[in-house]
Design a protein around this ligand. Structure first.
Ligand SMILES: NC(=O)c1ccc[n+]([C@@H]2O[C@H](COP(=O)([O-])OP(=O)(O)OC[C@H]3O[C@@H](n4cnc5c(N)ncnc54)[C@H](O)[C@@H]3O)[C@@H](O)[C@H]2O)c1
Ligand SMILES: O=C(O)C(=O)C[C@@H](O)[C@H](O)[C@H](O)COP(=O)(O)O
Ligand SMILES: [Zn+2]
Length: 375
């Protein structure tokens, strides 16, 4: 492990996107600094804070106080907790509430919450008055390592996950790690799947470090901050070289083609959280890579072992649900945004830390593989 933080000293990661560049600031107790940071970025702006009911009860007052102390007037928009809020109905309500509060183009949207609120309010910011600036204040592990960074915003459609959205970068990400102290263990675990993803997709050393230090990451302290910063650095680098996912950025989708289909099949419900679906999907991607001879079976088993050790699902039967058959799962996967000229794209691996993007997959073999996993 390198570069542990000193107490009180935030880690700053730059997302180098030219005129859309911004900082990810990571550390404990940063909420109090939000007001001055926003006042410096957008002098005179007022703010609309979007959050879900659970986060509102726990953390909204502190955010409002931080803004008020810097002379920033704020209004609040509260949505229901959970994936169901990534819907047309909630998007409409959030946009209407932003308009009713007279949030102007020079003002700000503050996405205070997990990936659901980040994706929803980022999209609302992208389309309201044809584009408002927004900042991400992520409150889940998943949001601090992944969803708050990179500007993918979206809601779900009846036809699949994240199918209606926009690329819209935030102007600041403020990841106050003390906000994670109130996060339920199941949600922390789900976020850990995306942490492991970074090791699996491109950094074998980080994956080995996680195998040795997962307990400390779960416990909190410098190991957790090191893990968050490592993920953010990797994501910032990938996004900076491929903002709109025309190539490399698809690596961040490791496990997601399978995972999103499982989430859709489960009706975007709490039966299967996004991170849990990603855990299952990543194991399937490694298992499939072993099946077609890209890597030894033992490598896929190592991935499965670590994710199972921390309590994440790694087999379809770990999630009690009446899963649809392989044909239906293939239909759901066919809606993946990486499909090109009707051909599916997969993120496979030649080893831990050696993921790659490929269209060279046989759909009949994938179907047979999915059927074998559902059996
Ligand atoms: N845009 C991206 O790049 C990206 C990346 C990864 C995931 N996502 C999306 O993110 C979503 C999942 O995000 P998530 O896992 O953060 O889920 P979430 O936003 O639903 O939050 C999880 C739960 O934890 C609660 N919560 C949040 N912060 C809390 C806190 N500090 N203390 C106590 N409870 C808290 C919430 O109320 C919610 O019930 C999915 O929709 C996924 O598609 C997007
Ligand atoms: O930022 C990205 O790029 C990702 O793929 C991150 C994923 O963890 C995230 O779940 C994302 O929303 C999935 O993207 P999608 O384009 O498949 O909807
Ligand atoms: Zn994800």
């Amino acid at each position: 492990m390198n570069a542990p933080t000193r107490p009180g000293e935030p880690i700053v990661v730059d997302v180098a996107l030219g005129e859309r560049a911004y900082d990810i600031v990571i550390g404990r107790g940063l909420v109090a600094t939000l007001g001055p940071r926003l006042a410096a970025l957008k002098p005179g702006a007022k703010a609309a804070i979007v959050c879900d009911v659970t986060v509102a009860a726990l953390h909204l007052a502190a955010i409002e106080a931080a803004l008020a102390a810097a002379g920033i007037a704020s209004t609040r928009v509260i949505v229901a907790a959970g994936e169901g809020s990534k819907s047309f109905a909630t998007l409409e309500r959030v946009c209407d509430e932003l308009l009713a509060a007279k949030i102007e183009r020079g003002d700000l949207v503050v996405a205070l919450g997990g990936g659901v609120v980040g994706d929803l309010s980022g999209f609302a910011a992208a389309v309201t008055r044809r584009g408002l600036d927004y900042v991400q204040v992520p409150t889940t592990l998943l949001a601090q390592v992944d969803s708050s960074v990179g500007g993918k915003t979206a809601i779900n459609s009846r036809l699949g996950k994240n199918l209606v959205g926009a690329f819209h970068q935030p102007i600041l990400v403020l990841a106050d790690t003390s906000l994670l102290d109130t996060l339920p263990p199941r949600e922390f675990r789900a976020g850990y799947a995306e942490v492991a993803k970074y090791g699996l997709l491109g950094d074998a050393g980080f994956f080995a470090w996680l195998e040795a230090n997962a307990r400390d990451v779960f416990a909190g302290g410098p190991a957790r901050e090191h893990a968050i910063a490592t993920c953010c650095r990797m994501k910032a680098a990938i996004v900076a070289r491929d903002e709109r996912e025309t190539g490399d950025r698809a690596l961040l989708n490791l496990g997601h083609t399978f995972g999103h289909a499982f989430e859709a099949a489960a009706g975007f419900s709490a039966k299967l959280l996004h991170g849990e679906a990603v855990s299952l999907g990543m194991v399937l991607a490694f298992r499939y890579s072993a099946r077609i001879g890209l890597l030894p079976k033992t490598e896929a088993e190592r991935v499965e072992q670590h994710l199972a050790d921390v309590g994440l699902p790694t087999r379809v039967k770990d999630v009690p649900f009446r899963w649809p058959d392989a044909d239906r799962m293939m239909d759901l996967m066919a809606q993946d945004k990486k499909v090109s000229r009707g051909r599916m794209t997969f993120i496979l691996a030649r080893g831990i830390g050696e993921a790659f993007v490929t269209r060279d997959v046989d759909p009949n073999d994938i179907r047979a593989f999915v059927a074998s996993q559902l059996a």
